[in-house]
Unconditional design. Structure first.
Length: 701
């Protein structure tokens, strides 16, 4: 969340300072193209255009090239008057008097006789020859005295020192002037229009809105929510501009060819049927302008790189009629949206600790600013998208980098902490799911191995501490390596004793067999190194191992600041007891009946070879435990007859045929377990009154 907050603040600053403006404008163009058709164009706006067909017609029929004589526009104005148009606005710059005698005067008379007409003026910092209003033309603009709030606020930079105004002979026929000077965004795309500019103490509306003023609307006033004009609000941004809501591509408003309108008026004056029905213009705002490509009145808009300037003015008028100019987002919107999205992305990135989590976070968070912007557009707002999108991207990337660094540290920690306790394969599986290492335990069945050295106390008394430590370290390292190679988890060392277990922290369906094979592997490894160990210890090292399988509690047990991954339960205690029980039979490995069953003892080639040793009762348990001795494959394969003979003798002993059992056991020379049974059976045979249930009590001989 801290990264998300930092990303949001950085995006906010970049958005406020301006570097993101180009990106924001680009996203606005995408939004406009996607949603421009959601509002229908007004049928109260008609466009009469000088298109290429009109230019070709004038050249072909009258030999007129562009620019046309100004008296050619008179039939268009007469047609509009005949049709009952509400107002006519001419988007044509008359910068100088016409060279034709009487040309301007005839146009002026036609303007005065027709519907209220609006002429095009240009207000700018270096545009036009006028530094003050020409005498008698002040009435074509309205006083700014009632717009003090606008002049001191967003309009302070819109008070222009220069103006281009039509010649007086034309201007006297006009009801108003409209400004056609517009500044594009930094990428030269028109997304906004300037509703009002001031010049020499008077104000001019943009051309489309000026046609409403000419039709009788009162001059605009200033309110907190923007300009108020004709009972409608025109929301402004901090630069005094209104955000256009385009109705669609070029052609959203009905277009009439200037040639068709001129021909229609001439036909009507001759009493003939016109090409254009005058009724189609009744009570309409008529905007006259240029759309032919060669006349250079094409501008870039979000919808097209070449878009008639006349249709930009038509869009502004349409937005005023519908009252749906887009509102600029409030000043706090940029910061709040960047911070909210940044925090959300930072939180999502922090929780994404898997590759698919990161992909899901990107899929959910990155589209949010765009979705937010589209929803705001439909609600009538221009909402910033670039800064929140940048905040989301920065926060997600930072979160992923942090996660990678944290995961790398975690992986190193796990590997360093467990490489002495777990096999590399187990470590890799834990790395895939570190949650297994959380504090706490679970109940599950494990196989526990307990190994100890016989008479280690005597060895420790013979060696000085340094030699003893070196010997013990070598022995424990060798045995631990075998245990880890067989998938075991090292629990702890207790002096010379080793405690290990299987089936945790990861599932191992063959855990009992793995534990038994690990014990047999340790015996083989010790036998190979015995000469070296015996020379250092002064006597051979004899290892005894007890193995049991059963339910225990396993997990990270301890305090929240220090814990061990260990096991608790009676099954673990029994493994320790079985290690000690080896002394009874003179064996090196003893396993419980449960372990023997799970390991597949005595079943086929894949099972565990060995023999049953009998029943024992360990301290703390009332019920006896049946125990077995797994054997190395080489030993069991070399003397199958001896194994069968031991099993047969054990059956005789259980049948209380003490004498026969004693002879059979005695015949198995070199077998410590058989010698123990032979002695016991002889004692029982010599005392027939003495009863024995076949259970060995540990500590009795």
């Amino acid at each position: 969340m801290a990264l998300g907050l930092a990303a949001g603040l950085l995006a906010w600053l970049l958005g406020w300072a301006g570097p993101l403006e180009g990106w924001e404008n680009l996203t606005w163009s995408w939004r406009m193209r996607a949603l421009a058709g959601t509002a229908q164009a007004s049928d109260r706006i008609k466009l009469v255009v000088v298109d290429q067909d009109s230019l070709d017609w004038a050249q072909r029929e009258s030999g007129l090239s562009w620019p046309w004589p100004r008296q050619v526009y008179a039939p268009i104005l007469r047609f509009c008057a005949r049709a009952g148009a509400k107002a006519v606005a001419l988007d044509i710059i008359f910068s100088e008097p016409s060279p034709l005698v009487g040309d301007d005067e005839e146009l002026g008379r036609a303007l005065a006789a027709g519907p209220p007409a609006v002429g095009a003026a240009m207000l700018g910092r270096s545009t036009g020859p006028h530094a003050a209003w020409p005498a008698g033309l002040e009435g074509l603009a309205f006083p700014l005295a009632g717009l003090a709030g606008w002049s001191a606020g967003p309009g302070r930079d819109l008070l222009m020192p220069r103006a281009l105004i039509p010649p007086e002979s034309i201007a006297r026929g006009l009801a108003a002037l409209g400004n056609v000077m517009e500044d594009a965004d930094q990428d030269q795309v028109i997304r906004r229009i300037t509703p009002l500019r001031g010049f020499a103490g008077r104000g001019l509306l943009t051309l489309g809105l000026a046609s409403a003023l000419a039709a009788g609307e009162a001059p605009p006033s200033w309110a907190d929510d923007g300009l108020r004009f004709g009972g409608r609000s025109i929301p402004l941004d901090g630069k005094g501009k209104a955000i256009l809501r385009f109705r669609g591509g070029s052609g959203a408003h009905q277009k009439l060819s200037a040639a068709a309108v001129i021909r229609s008026e001439l036909l009507l004056e001759q009493g003939q049927e016109p090409e254009v029905d005058p009724a189609s213009l009744k009570d309409s705002y008529v905007l006259f302008g240029l759309t032919a490509p060669g006349l250079h009145d094409l501008r870039a808009t979000p919808l097209a790189a070449l878009y008639p300037g006349l249709e930009v003015h038509a869009t502004a008028l349409d937005n005023w009629l519908a009252g749906d100019f887009l509102r600029p987002a409030p000043g706090w919107a940029l910061g709040v949206s960047a911070l909210v999205i940044g925090l959300l992305a930072g939180l999502a990135g922090g929780l994404a600790n898997r590759p698919w989590h990161s992909s899901l976070a990107m899929a959910l968070i990155l589209p949010l600013p765009a979705a937010w912007g589209l929803a705001a557009f439909l609600a009538g707002w221009w909402w910033p998208v670039a800064a929140p999108a940048l905040a989301a991207a920065l926060a997600l990337v930072a979160g992923m980098v942090l996660n990678l660094a944290s995961e790398s540290r975690q992986r190193r920690f796990i590997k360093d902490a467990f490489r002495y306790y777990l096999s590399p394969e187990v470590i890799e599986r834990i790395l895939a799911d570190p949650s297994r290492l959380s504090l706490g335990g679970e109940r599950r069945e494990l196989t526990i191995l307990f190994a100890d050295l016989q008479d280690f106390t005597a060895i420790s008394e013979r060696l000085d501490p340094q030699d003893l430590a070196a010997l013990l370290n070598d022995y424990l390292s060798e045995m631990t390596q075998v245990i880890l190679e067989h998938g075991g988890t090292l629990d702890k060392y207790e002096g010379d004793a080793i405690v290990a277990f299987w089936n945790a922290p990861l599932d191992q369906p063959n855990h009992a067999l793995l534990a038994c094979r690990a014990a047999l592997g340790c015996a083989q490894s010790l036998r190979r190194s015995q000469d070296r160990y015996a020379a250092r210890a002064g006597s051979p090292l004899v290892m005894r191992v007890g193995i049991n399988s059963g339910p225990v509690v396993v997990g990270n047990l301890g305090s929240r600041t220090r814990f061990d991954y260990t096991v608790l339960g009676d099954a673990a205690n029994l493994a320790s007891r079985l290690e000690g029980a080896n002394k009874l039979f003179g064996t090196g490995l003893m396993v419980s009946e449960r372990t023997w069953e799970l390991a597949g003892g005595g079943r086929g080639e894949n099972g565990l070879a060995g023999r049953e040793l009998g029943l024992i009762r360990v301290k703390g348990r009332v019920a006896p435990v049946r125990v077995y001795e797994p054997l190395e494959p080489e030993r069991s394969a070399a003397a199958p007859a001896a194994l069968e003979a031991f099993t047969a003798a054990l059956a005789l002993a259980r049948g209380r045929d003490w004498e026969t059992a004693a002879r059979r056991f005695a015949a198995l020379e070199g077998d410590p377990a058989a010698a123990v049974y032979a002695a016991r059976c002889r004692e029982l045979a010599a005392s027939p009154d003495r009863d024995w249930d076949g259970v060995w009590e540990l500590g009795w001989k």
